[in-house]
Write a protein that binds this ligand. Structure first.
Ligand code: AQP
Length: 331
């Protein structure tokens, strides 16, 4: 079976609908046909300052949401990045293989460091994509299911895999992105020009999966649209309505054309009301399942420990091969 690897950051108290549709839902769908490794990337989270107790809580909340979404520890390896020390170790090797200019071209760093204010961004935030390269290459992943925002980092993984293979002999599988076009970029409901992001400055445009369903319904009802009346998919002139249609189609497993047909002659209010109901229906049981997983912390930690063992078995093998190829004396 081909292998997949992906990760999500524990940087908020809830995943967003963007994380769910762009990534997590695909992870669940892939666990039977692929040899799947999924992790909560706490090493990545500390690239911006985190409160220790909050980070620990959010790491467990992230794992619980992944289980609630349908990841089955019997069918995939679910683990925490810091439990597998090989990530940081291979990250160093990859840093030494990356050009400074090459790293400087990563647009996510530009976006995220701008948010931190001038000079405040950490070196870790700058080298984050290189750690991500290590995450992927350690598992010899064939595919990496992510949203569109991660495409550039995936390119870096491919470049570095090829560079290493060229210099030291074939060691790494060159990974391919696995991006589901229809849900690759879910936009903020208040600012449909920006992606929905779990640590956005204002939560007004975010659908947080664990929020009170009434709050989410209200946010959908106040989503920014346009001054026309027609419910039609057109991302250029109607980005707000198009985003709602995308979300509706993805969650309802229907085509956008079908929805356009259904809403002929109806208003934005109708679309929003129906979408709000669908979101409530989908995520009320999700929230309950997440709470159940969180209620038994011992069991949750045991699942993660077991996933970490499975992951380490693979990661240690790759790292040993890398160390040997670059000329380190064996221990
Ligand atoms: N709006 C989105 N649409 C589709 N996919 C998305 N993803 C994130 N936002 C959207 C995908 O979710 C996965 C996990 O993301 P992450 O935790 O690594 O962080 P991120 O990409 O930086 O996502 P956020 O929500 O914006 O987090 P913060 O605010 O912490 O930076 C990835 O596969 C991502 O593509």
């Amino acid at each position: 079976r081909p292998r997949v690897l992906s990760g999500i950051q524990p940087t908020a108290d809830s995943f967003t609908l963007g994380n769910y549709l762009g990534a997590v839902r695909n992870w669940v769908a892939m666990q039977d046909d692929y040899d799947a490794f999924y992790m909560v990337v706490d090493l990545h989270a500390i690239t911006v300052e985190q409160d220790p107790a909050t980070l620990r809580r959010r790491t467990r909340v992230a794992a619980a949401q992944l289980l609630a979404a349908g990841l089955d520890p019997q069918r995939c390896a679910l683990f925490v990045q810091s439990h597998v020390p090989e990530h940081a170790q291979l990250g160093w090797v990859m840093s030494c293989l990356t050009g400074f200019g090459e790293a400087s071209r990563m647009t996510q760093f530009k976006d995220k460091s701008a948010k931190q204010g001038s000079g405040a961004a950490s070196v870790g935030l700058f080298t984050y994509p290189i750690l991500q390269v290590a995450d992927i290459l350690l598992y010899q992943a064939n595919y990496v299911p992510v949203g569109e925002d991660q495409r550039q980092h995936l390119e870096l993984s491919r470049d570095l895999a090829q560079r290493f293979n060229g210099r030291y002999g074939k060691t790494f599988t060159v990974p391919e992105p696995y991006i589901v076009k229809d849900t690759a970029k879910i936009m903020d409901l208040q600012d449909p020009g920006a992606k929905m992001s779990k640590s956005a400055e204002s939560p007004a445009g975010l659908i947080e999966l664990l929020a009170d369903p009434k709050v989410n319904a209200k946010k959908i009802r106040s989503a920014v649209t346009d001054t026309e009346r027609e419910i039609r998919f057109d991302e250029v002139s109607k980005p707000g309505v198009s985003n709602l249609l995308r979300i509706y189609a993805a969650l309802g497993e229907r085509s956008i054309a079908d929805l356009e047909q259904e809403y002929v002659g109806k208003g934005y209010g109708d679309l929003k009301k129906d979408l709000a109901e669908l979101v409530t229906e989908t995520f009320t049981p999700f929230k309950e399942r997440t709470e159940q997983f969180l209620a038994d912390e011992g069991k949750l930690d045991a699942i993660l420990a077991e996933g970490g063992e499975k992951a380490r078995a693979v990661a240690a093998k790759t790292l040993a091969e890398v160390y040997e190829r670059i000329g380190f004396v064996p221990r």
